[in-house]
Write a protein that binds this ligand. Structure first.
Ligand code: BV8
Ligand code: ZN
Length: 257
């Protein structure tokens, strides 16, 4: 299926100094990572209130760890998809090109993106709630049940380094993400249902600051009727096609000089 981009979008990209991609679970769907709200979504079986929050964890750390161990294994077994690679490829085509992600699967970095703001943490990291000691997935996956800290005289609970509901987002990631959004000439909102806050307030903030706002999603979302361009297709198809168009434009522009 060949995707046609508007002259308006291509014109804005031809002039753009700063391009920012804001991604949600949809950008990893074609890698085989279940989204949250799709009918195969992990939340179809579990409700976030039951698992992705600190009270659930303190009440039943074994159950929450079982869920995260499952997700860690799924994520370790998948690969970035053409959408992740295309975003990584865009980095060298603009003076500034950054990714703001709600995803915790580390697939942008594994695809080669180097400027990634992780708003909700990273499932490959774990830490002791008492002393802060860091633990690898290899370690936590080797322990049955809920892993405990092995530092001398600690024994604290270890948790995944992700942001749970009711928890604040990491301050630096938030600040850097907002700075990027406010500087964006073109802002791509990709594969997110736009229901989780405060992350969902970032695309409107980018538009407010003058960005050309593009949404890439096979379905409409609450953001759709306020974007400048809605590309209703999977990101694994759209992003490589967009990268190709940008490369072509850069090539012809260089030839003209
Ligand atoms: C905070 C990490 C405040 C963990 C995540 C009532 C009670 C309690 C809280 C609230 C409440 N009302 C509002 C809140 C705030 C709450 C919130 O927003 N809740 C929502 C659900 C209503 N937010 C919070 O609690 C945040 N913290 O507010 O703290 C505070 C204030 C003061 C003092 C202390 C605290 C923290 C939110 C972070 C939660 N953690 N993840 C984990 O993953 O285990 S959120 C989780 O869902 C993901 O990280 C992801 O970011 C997020 C959103 O999901 P999406 O990425 O959008 O995925 P989704 O499945 O929804 O959509 C996928 C989309 O992809 C779809 O549109 C689909 O069409 C599309 N798609 C599918 N295939 C493709 C595709 N697109 C492109 N290509 C394809 N191939
Ligand atoms: Zn400890």
């Amino acid at each position: 299926m060949s995707i046609v981009f508007s002259d308006k979008l291509l014109g804005r990209l031809a002039e753009a100094q700063t391009v920012v991609a804001f991604t949600g679970a949809g950008v990893s769907a074609e890698s085989g990572v279940p989204t949250f709200r799709g009918n195969d979504g992990i939340w179809a079986k579990f409700k976030p209130a039951e698992l992705a929050n600190i009270n659930a964890f303190m009440k039943n750390p074994e159950l929450v760890w079982e869920w995260y161990k499952q997700r860690k294994q799924i994520i370790a077994s998948v690969q970035p998809n053409p959408g992740h690679y295309a975003l990584a490829g865009m980095e060298s085509l603009f003076p500034e090109c950054e990714v703001i992600t709600q995803n915790i699967d580390n697939l942008h970095r594994r695809a080669g993106s180097t400027k990634v703001h992780e708003l909700h943490g990273n499932i490959e990291r774990n830490y002791c709630m008492k002393c802060g000691a860091q633990y690898s997935n290899e370690h936590v996956l080797s322990v049955v049940g809920a892993p405990r800290c092995t530092q001398a005289k600690c024994g604290g609970q270890i948790r995944p380094d992700v942001v749970w509901f009711g928890e604040l987002l990491p301050e630096n990631e938030w600040k850097n993400a907002m700075r990027a959004a406010e500087r964006a000439d073109v802002f791509l909102s990709i594969g997110t249902s736009g229901v989780v806050h405060p992350a969902a307030s970032i695309p409107p903030a980018a538009k407010q600051s003058g960005a050309f706002l593009v949404e890439i999603n096979p379905e409409e979302t609450p953001l759709t009727n306020s974007v400048d361009e809605f590309i209703q297709a999977p990101s694994g198809e759209v992003l490589p096609a967009l990268l190709e168009q940008i490369q072509l434009m850069k090539l012809t522009k260089n030839k003209v000089h």
